[in-house]
Design a protein around this ligand. Structure first.
Ligand code: NOJ
Length: 566
């Protein structure tokens, strides 16, 4: 009896402990740390090289933590820096519990983690769940024989007929998703490159091994994971052919609807389980979730908000035009999804936002406009290194210069992702201060002016706008906590909204057109009787601190952010 009650006390204590770690709010609204944080993606090959080999590394990141802190970054997501043959530049992992020598050592990681912690910056690792490298010992064992211990850790199948793959699934990186392995006379499945065989998530041993890898990093102090390619974890056990669509894709393969090899419902079981482990560590899970609409996005939060806290919403990477109606529609959809919105402008797979939105003439103003959009919305922004200084894409011009394999397969339609992964531009010294060696990717000549050191000196730079915006969003209650209310919804040129919290609100006005605009606001329906607003931040020349809400003049591509009171 005594033993039973002791066990009960222990289990209640354990339960409370888990509950406590799940719910450590940072404000009276019950928000968690990641809801107040600004995340920053670092592509480690390209951030800062400390040893002159032309490739960035962990000590390099360490040396730039003060910069990140002063910028206003709270968490860095480091794309894979585990041991890897680098076929997909780290997204082909050959050991989940180590650091690749090109980036440093585990001791470097621990130092980085400590140094970041001292500055209040958390570290998020990238977790490549869908596949490993073909050099991972698991796959080496798996391919060694049909009876190997880890044979069913991957997806091995017989062909449909001699010489034919098991079905018509194509790899998103070109060609069939099946590769024949002569040694054992079967095909293995890979959604990405042949060097990235898919793990078999139906196998509980895979589940356990991968979950243990997350625990291993939590113990080392990481604050969460960005989950790579979660959409593709499971495949139809019957291997049914995907429906074929008209036309060919950029690799010359028939277009397909990925019906039987993406977004299968079992993904959510894994995410719920991963979340339980994350909750034990007060950690956050960010998803690389390519959702086509808000209903798909909703599913990733989980029915009881028990899956991903931060499924990334990529809509801003798709609305490639400055269209207030389109942004309004998308923001409203994400805002109503029931979870915490996550906004992304750029990443290592997408052409940089500076180029996507820029019109070639007003790119600087447009970059500031876009920053003031996604850094003032309700939700958590994930920045991409270099975006804060207006780095452009530097795409290869010759096929022989391409490093990213998809750029060689798909040339010239698909030039690969080198352009958005070029080294961070720190100053105007040779190689932009990134390396004393030869950088692994070329740096565009514009680095002479587009660099951190120069922009820190220039009060009107893109970097200064980012710094001011981040400072504001960390201090302003309405920006941290407030709801999102769309204003003037029929205006085709100016996107405006309120962030409303108790008696305070922030008004955000964004002129997305190349023409001056006049706008006026009646905030009475939002219970704000104020007739004027107090300027907090604007790209327009300093004028009076108060502006009348009945008449606001906006310069082309300008932003205006102001406080209004009841
Ligand atoms: C998504 C990553 O962002 C991308 O860079 C990578 O190539 C694929 N997943 C495969 O891991």
């Amino acid at each position: 009896m005594l033993r039973k009650s002791a066990a009960l006390v222990l289990s209640i204590a354990g339960f409370c402990c888990v509950l406590y770690s799940q719910t450590q709010p940072v404000d009276s609204e019950g928000h968690q740390w990641w809801q107040h944080a600004v995340f920053y993606e670092i592509y480690p090959r390209s951030f800062m090289d400390s040893n002159g080999d032309g490739i960035g590394d962990l000590p390099g990141i360490d040396s730039k933590l003060d910069y990140l802190k002063s910028l206003g970054v709270d968490a860095i997501w480091i794309t894979p820096c585990y041991p890897s043959p680098q076929v997909d530049f780290g997204y082909d992992v050959s050991n989940y519990e180590d650091i690749d020598a090109m980036y440093g050592t585990l001791a470097d990681f621990d130092r980085l983690e400590q140094a970041a912690k001292q500055r209040g910056i958390r570290i998020i690792m990238d977790f490549v769940m869908n596949h490993t490298s073909d050099q991972h010992p698991w796959f080496v064992d798996s391919r060694s024989s049909r009876t190997a211990t880890k044979r069913d850790w991957y997806m091995w199948h017989d062909g449909k007929a001699p010489g034919l793959p098991p079905n018509n699934w194509i790899s998103t990186f070109g060609g069939s998703a099946w590769t024949f392995d002569a040694k054992t006379g079967q095909f293995y499945y890979h959604y990405f490159y042949p060097q990235q065989p898919d793990l078999n998530w139906h196998n509980p041993a895979v589940h356990e091994a991968m979950f243990d890898a997350t625990r291993w990093w939590y113990k080392r102090g990481v604050a969460g994971f960005r989950l790579d390619a979660v959409d593709t974890l499971f495949e139809d056990p019957e291997l049914r052919d995907n429906p074929v669509l008209p036309g060919l894709n950029k690799y010359g393969d028939p277009k397909e609807q990925d019906l039987y090899n993406t977004k299968l419902p079992e993904v959510h079981d894994v995410l719920r389980d991963l979340r339980k482990v994350a909750d034990e560590h007060n950690a956050v899970l960010i998803g690389e979730t390519w959702t086509k609409d808000v209903n798909e996005l909703k599913q990733y939060y989980g029915e009881h908000n028990n899956e991903l806290q931060m499924p990334m919403d990529f809509m801003f990477t798709k609305v490639d035009k400055l269209s207030p109606p389109e942004f309004r529609r998308q923001i409203a959809a994400v805002d109503s999804a029931g979870g915490w919105p996550v906004f992304v402008l750029s990443n290592h797979d997408i052409v940089r936002s500076y180029v996507r939105y820029g019109d070639g003439q007003h790119n600087q103003a447009i970059a500031k406009l876009m920053a003031s959009l996604y850094l003032t919305l309700r939700g958590t922004p994930i920045m991409y290194y270099g975006e804060e200084i207006g780095m452009e894409n530097n795409d290869p011009v010759r096929k022989e210069d391409v490093k990213d394999p998809i750029g060689r397969v798909g040339w010239p339609q698909e030039k690969g992702r080198d352009g958005e992964r070029t080294p961070m531009q720190w100053d105007d010294s040779p190689n932009a201060g990134f390396t004393r060696g030869t950088p692994w990717l070329p740096i565009p000549p514009s680095y002479k002016t587009v660099n951190v050191a120069s922009e820190l000196k220039d009060p009107s730079s893109i970097l200064q706008v980012y710094r001011s915006l981040l400072k504001l969003r960390h201090q302003n209650q309405a920006l941290l906590e407030g709801d999102y209310v769309a204003l003037n919804e029929n205006d085709p040129n100016v996107l405006s909204y309120l962030r409303r919290y108790k008696n305070e609100a922030v008004l955000v006005v964004l002129n997305m057109s190349s023409q001056p605009q006049e706008v006026s606001f009646d905030l009475a329906p939002q219970s704000f009787a104020a007739k004027s607003a107090r300027t907090l931040l604007t790209s327009m020349p300093p004028g009076s601190k108060e502006s009348a809400l009945s008449h606001l003049s906006l310069e082309p591509f300008s932003f205006y952010i102001a406080a209004v009171s009841k």
